[in-house]
Design a protein around this ligand. Structure first.
Ligand code: LMR
Length: 409
């Protein structure tokens, strides 16, 4: 009956994607889901992925056997190096363990499940996850599914359309000692607003004093600063500070492997004589959880990423492809800002170029978002987030004029 299984609402983001597909107006623009598009609004298969694909298909040894429970070893070890750095003491000292997952969502889920089972703070009030307000909508559902209470810390300032640093630090300081704090490593989704290095240092300091447990989500490495290394800076700073922490890593965006579900979950423990034993125990439990949930991860995306990550030439090509994507997005930010400023659209628009990564949090309200959709066939999430990659040289003029029209109304 209805009480046992009531009708659930459609997922807002995938619902938006479906509505866009149904719209037959030629002027329609998709700024919804965070997926890279080229200047013709088409999905872009990275040239390096095409090369790796060819290598895979020419491999006479290729078969469709199961991967190990923890995934493709060449992939997980390269993923560790990508996020922690090739010379990372955490890797050398065997303080890190990695498990291949169903992209970033699977990695957040595996981490959530692990924490629900094994995180045992002395203060039971601390068994909650603090996420930024706002955060990627799926975070709330994933932690909710494993019955971990989710609480929010302030993050976005509506006034400056930048970081509400005081609010963030205050809430982290005020959280019960030993709380789990979810942090976006770079290119925050949905706001495009990241802490500076100085601010990260302060966040680490407060978290250390309060014995909080960091859980990093990294889905946009290579999209924020244009450098893979710089985009991993915050995580590495925390590792250097000796935190025990978790990382959920996605290759959907930076390899364009959206549907292949390539990702990785990492556990890193603090330096000390028990480190290797801790890592072994945690790894054994992760394997049990993984086996019952997905048995073993899918091979194709991990094989592609692994070929690229483990080959210097392909890696260099990948970095170039990343620059192509992030460069086009940065260009669109500049053009959009200057067009809105030229049109005299009420408000300030510097946040469009100040924010980074795939998204911009425009400040458009739900009413304006609805008008853009109904009158102009422009699709974006209700919170006013736009996926910058949906803009291109052909539609940006129409977009700016449409925004101008709804803001002036
Ligand atoms: C997004 O936020 O648009 C992406 O991360 C896609 C998703 O799975 O939600």
């Amino acid at each position: 009956t209805n009480d046992v299984c009531p009708q659930a609402p459609e997922d807002p983001l995938f619902g938006l994607m479906a509505a866009y597909r149904r719209d037959t107006d030629p002027k329609k623009i998709d700024l919804g889901i965070g997926a890279y598009r080229d200047d013709n609004a088409k999905p872009w298969v990275l040239p390096v992925v095409k090369q790796a694909d060819k290598l895979l298909h020419n491999d006479p040894e290729l078969n469709h056997e199961y991967l190990p429970i923890a995934g493709l070893p060449d992939f997980t070890s390269a993923s560790q190096k990508l996020i922690l750095g090739k010379k990372s003491p955490a890797i050398q000292e065997k303080r890190a363990v990695a498990v291949q997952t169903i992209s970033g969502t699977g990695a957040v889920h595996l981490g959530a499940l692990f924490l629900a089972r094994f995180y045992n703070p002395s203060n039971s009030d601390a068994k909650a996850v603090y996420v930024s307000t706002p955060t990627w909508a799926n975070h709330n559902q994933i932690f909710g599914n494993v019955k971990l209470p989710v609480k929010g810390y302030p993050y976005f300032s509506k006034q400056t359309k930048g970081l509400d640093f005081d609010g963030m630090i205050g809430a982290i300081e005020g959280a019960p000692e030993g709380s789990i704090i979810l942090l976006h490593a770079c290119a925050h989704n949905p706001t495009g607003v990241d802490p500076t290095q100085e601010q990260w240092k302060k966040i680490a300091e407060v978290m250390k004093a309060k014995h909080h447990f960091p859980f990093f989500d990294t889905a946009y490495q290579g999209f924020a600063s244009g450098s893979l290394e710089k985009d991993g800076w915050a995580i590495n700073y925390f590792v250097e500070q000796g935190f025990e922490l978790l990382i959920a890593q996605s290759y959907a965006k930076n390899f364009g492997l959206y549907g292949e579900r390539a990702g990785c979950f990492h556990f890193i423990t603090s330096p000390g004589s028990h480190a290797a034993e801790t890592v072994s125990r945690v790894g054994s439990q992760l394997a049990i959880l993984q086996r019952s949930e997905i048995s073993n991860p899918p091979a194709y995306g991990a094989r592609i990423a692994s070929l690229v990550l483990n080959d210097d030439k392909l890696f260099a090509q990948w970095e170039e492809d990343l620059r192509t994507m992030s460069g086009r997005i940065i260009e669109m930010r500049k053009v959009l800002r200057s067009k809105l400023e030229e049109l005299g659209t009420p408000g300030t628009w510097n946040h469009i170029t100040d924010q980074i990564g795939m998204f911009s949090f425009t400040g458009l309200n739900p009413d304006q978002v609805n008008k853009l959709r109904e009158k102009f066939h422009i699709y974006m999430t209700q919170n006013g987030r736009i996926s910058m990659a949906g803009l291109n040289t052909k539609n940006i003029d129409y977009f700016a004029k449409s925004v101008d029209s709804v803001v002036k109304e």
